[in-house]
Design a protein around this ligand. Structure first.
Ligand code: NAI
Ligand code: MG
Length: 357
């Protein structure tokens, strides 16, 4: 047995293309022989077309043996998006209690923000990842008739709100942050979001009294992300709000090709899952031009989580050096390098980094 056993789900579209580069980077990191073993699981839309399901029965037992899951992206025109999301991503996040979706947002060297004043942005989004608006509670009636209706229920619990707030609060404390921003819409969504406001405030007051709590309506917050992104330190948001805000965070700092994320079960009762914020990007899939940085960075977040922070930092340093130098850039960040060329540039920088520090 290796020290760390990783399940890899490459998924669809650009998933396998960017994953190849992430695995090269992991493979190039030093360590005792056999420190990392990787097993690929072929669960994607092709698997669905062959087997009628995204993952086999018994997927949970199979995945549970691993220390972590490295995931690419899922989504293919031949399979409805709600099927790929609800039969693969959602069951893993929910069944494995990955209730924290951590998404760092930061300015990177050599990457120009689309904002006029878009420098020195650095904050983290803690998105609630196991309940909230992404619930399959609800239903439809009178299908196909003019009276057709749909009901979609949001599920928010005290315990769920408290634990995501605590994850954000712990992070703030560890990183010497002073302010927590909560995204809400309790002026309009009066049941679920009032509970959200109350429980976030209660948790901060009792457990993180040193933190300043700023509660902002999510629509205004979207504008503030653009107008004063430097004012945020840690943002806590529900599943839907956090999903939208993190793409916005990604947009103001250089785009989806650069943004990693982690789906974490803090108690470590189950494996956590690491994946880029982006999807399968069908518009560029198969061309070999996707930016692999979000995927490689997600692998670095995985190493942090496994307790290999030094290795994780090395990867991030190599990425920053490549970007700062600006010689190798994929199309999304204004260049013409291929996925493989970007991967190789990062490998070269890694090889040149000192063994320690
Ligand atoms: P997307 O993130 O796949 O693409 C949005 C835009 O960003 C596209 O123009 C794409 O070319 C570009 N882009 C994304 N990643 C890139 C990269 N690494 N390098 C360069 N450019 C990149 O989102 P979209 O188009 O809304 O969804 C496409 C499919 O992905 C759908 O089937 C959707 O359901 C699925 N999806 C899956 C996710 C996941 O697996 N976690 C997350 C989001 C979407
Ligand atoms: Mg998203």
């Amino acid at each position: 047995m290796a020290k760390y056993n990783i399940a890899v789900i490459e998924g669809d579209g650009i998933g396998p293309e960017v994953m190849e580069q992430a695995l090269n980077v992991l493979g190039a990191l030093g360590g005792e022989a056999d420190w990392l073993s990787v097993e690929k699981l072929p669960w994607n839309s092709r698997y669905y077309l062959e087997h009628g399901r995204m993952m086999p029965e018994g997927w949970k037992e199979q995945l549970q043996r691993f220390d972590a899951i490295l995931f690419g992206a899922i989504g293919d025109a031949r399979v409805p998006d709600d099927v790929s999301v609800w039969e693969l991503i959602m069951p893993i996040r929910k069944e494995f209690r990955q209730y924290v979706n951590f998404r760092p947002v930061r300015s990177l060297p050599g990457i120009r923000s689309p904002l006029a004043d878009g420098e020195d942005i650095e904050f983290a989004i803690f998105r609630e990842n196991a309940e909230g608006e992404y619930s399959d509670s609800g239903g439809r009636m009178f299908r196909g008739e003019p009276a057709e209706l749909a009901i979609q229920n949001t599920v928010m619990t005290r315990a769920g709100i408290e634990r995501i707030t605590r994850a954000a609060g712990d992070y703030a404390r560890r990183h010497g942050k002073t302010k927590l921003t909560s995204a809400t819409k309790s002026n309009a969504v009066v049941h679920a979001n009032k509970l959200w406001d109350e429980q976030v405030a209660r948790t901060v007051r009792t457990d993180y009294p040193e933190l300043e709590l700023e509660s902002v309506y999510v629509d205004a917050l979207a504008a503030y992300f653009v107008q004063r992104p430097q004012s945020f330190e840690v943002v806590v948001a529900s599943n839907l709000f956090g999903d939208i805000l993190s793409d916005l965070g990604s947009g103001i700092t250089g785009g989806l090709g650069l943004s990693p994320s982690a789906n974490i079960n803090p108690e470590k009762d189950f494996p956590s899952m690491f994946e880029p914020v982006h999807g399968s990007a069908p518009d560029i899939a198969g061309k070999g031009i996707a930016n692999p940085i979000a995927q490689i960075w997600s692998a670095a977040l995985m190493l942090d989580h496994l307790g290999e922070a030094e290795k994780g930092k090395k990867i991030v340093r190599a990425i920053e050096q490549v970007l700062a130098e600006g010689k190798v850039k994929t199309a999304d960040i204004g260049g013409d390098a291929t996925t493989a060329e970007m991967g190789q540039a990062i490998l070269d920088k890694l090889a040149a980094l000192p063994e320690k520090g």
